[in-house]
Design a binder for this molecule. Structure first.
Ligand SMILES: Cc1cc2nc3c(=O)[nH]c(=O)nc-3n(C[C@H](O)[C@H](O)[C@H](O)COP(=O)(O)OP(=O)(O)OC[C@H]3O[C@@H](n4cnc5c(N)ncnc54)[C@H](O)[C@@H]3O)c2cc1C
Length: 369
């Protein structure tokens, strides 16, 4: 008999399992997949650490999260940069002063940078939808340029929606950066990749005498009455058997290729906002600087999520889906022995650090009750 059941051996489930085990609880962690680590799952192939569910870069400003994870891994320094192919040229993303220099002639680039600096602080980030509302003609020009070349078609491919149909929490993730720093997350104090990979890090988090793990085990096959409390990191609509309707998600298809050459492209991630059906190409060996004479790349094709066919990755957050999520949340009032956690349980776009942070908060709340 266990005290606690945790559904989902991803980073959310593992975090809360570890905290509860340290507090003396006997914990069973189940996952329907045949591996731990959820979407963070990585494994070595041909000497290269391959992120099996798309590029995962750890970055955070939350010291507690960094300190918690640092007990289970060291981090290899990695400052993420993304490039996008625009008009045949590779430019830094978020779009910044270097992108302007690459795409415009010297005088025009100078004009545009001066204009940005007269309206915004150096090293600030301006959401593209905000820049579009600027009154200045040059800023409007730049906003339209970035919107058309970087944002619109990428968003249509990534989400199957126009940017104005998405919640601001999603569209706001695409800023113009006022400065020359090419890093993707310049504002996060802690960045890196777990030195032995995410799977190893999560294996270490779960490695506790009070924790038992059962893979290939779906929640519906277990009796929930056997536990003092359940933490559930699966889909909240799935838990309720979709009785109020399905919450929509975006999924992805990854096509991997192994190539016998040192490097395929100039950067770990190159976005293709306008050409091709795929949104980006990932070259995995960059993350841990793996030294091999081969390379492995992944083409990422966004696609609609279909229950039973592919995996739910990104919650599609819009007004009506938020309402449906709230309606499901309302149902949880009648189930005080269950807490929903993680990207799927909370129906939120959590990066890894936010997922860990939320799991730590949930644990503290549970302990204080
Ligand atoms: C393509 C992609 C790229 C990403 N890139 C980044 C990045 O660069 N940086 C970053 O910080 N974050 C990134 N993320 C987000 C990151 O993957 C999540 O923050 C993290 O995986 C959330 O962990 P979780 O445990 O909440 O959910 P998950 O990792 O989804 O884990 C949930 C687990 O629950 C299991 N499960 C679900 N239902 C059941 C059930 N009924 N019975 C049993 N088991 C069940 C699932 O099999 C899964 O293993 C990315 C996500 C995606 C999809």
């Amino acid at each position: 008999m266990k005290d606690i059941l945790i559904v989902g051996a991803g980073i959310s489930g593992a975090t809360i399992a570890n905290k509860l085990a340290n507090a003396g609880k006997q914990v069973l962690v189940i996952d329907e997949k045949n591996h731990i680590a959820g979407n963070c799952y990585d494994k070595r192939e041909d000497g290269i650490m391959v992120h099996q569910y798309g590029a995962h870069i750890f970055h955070t400003s939350i010291k507690e999260v960094y300190d918690f994870l640092s007990q289970f891994t060291t981090f290899t320094d990695y400052q993420h940069q993304v490039k996008a192919v625009i008009q045949g040229k590779e430019v830094p993303v978020p779009f910044n002063f270097n992108s302007i220099d690459i795409l415009f002639d010297k005088n025009r680039a100078h004009e545009l940078k001066d204009k940005l600096l007269s309206h915004y602080n150096l090293d600030s980030k301006v959401p593209i939808l905000e820049l579009q509302n600027a009154e200045d003609k040059d800023l409007q020009f730049l906003a339209e340029f970035v919107y058309e070349n970087l944002f619109l078609h990428y968003t249509l491919k990534q989400w199957g929606l126009r940017p104005d149909e998405l919640d601001k929490s999603v569209s706001g993730r695409v800023p113009v950066y006022i400065g020359t720093d090419d890093r993707y997350f310049p504002w996060d104090a802690y960045q890196g990749i777990p030195s032995q990979g995410y799977t190893k890090m999560i294996e270490n988090i779960l490695n506790h005498e009070n924790i038992e793990i059962q893979l290939n085990t779906k929640f519906c096959n277990l009796n929930s009455d056997d536990y003092e409390h359940i933490f559930y990191a699966g889909t909240i609509d799935g838990f309720f058997d979709y009785k109020l309707g399905e919450l929509p998600y975006r999924s992805e298809r990854f096509e991997n290729q192994t190539i016998t050459k040192n490097y395929f492209q100039s950067n770990s991630v190159i976005n293709y906002p306008n050409e091709h059906e795929y949104t980006r190409i990932i070259e995995h060996k960059y993350f841990l600087n793996d030294k091999t004479d081969k390379t492995i790349i992944s083409y990422e094709y966004p696609e609609a999520y279909e229950l039973g066919k592919n995996d739910p990755y990104y919650p599609i957050i819009k007004e009506e889906t938020t309402k449906l999520y709230q309606a499901y949340l309302e149902q949880t009032k009648y189930l005080p022995y269950i807490t929903f956690i993680g990207r799927l349980g909370d129906y939120k776009y959590y990066d890894m650090d936010k997922a860990v942070n939320r799991a730590l908060e949930v644990f503290n709340l549970y302990q204080s009750q």
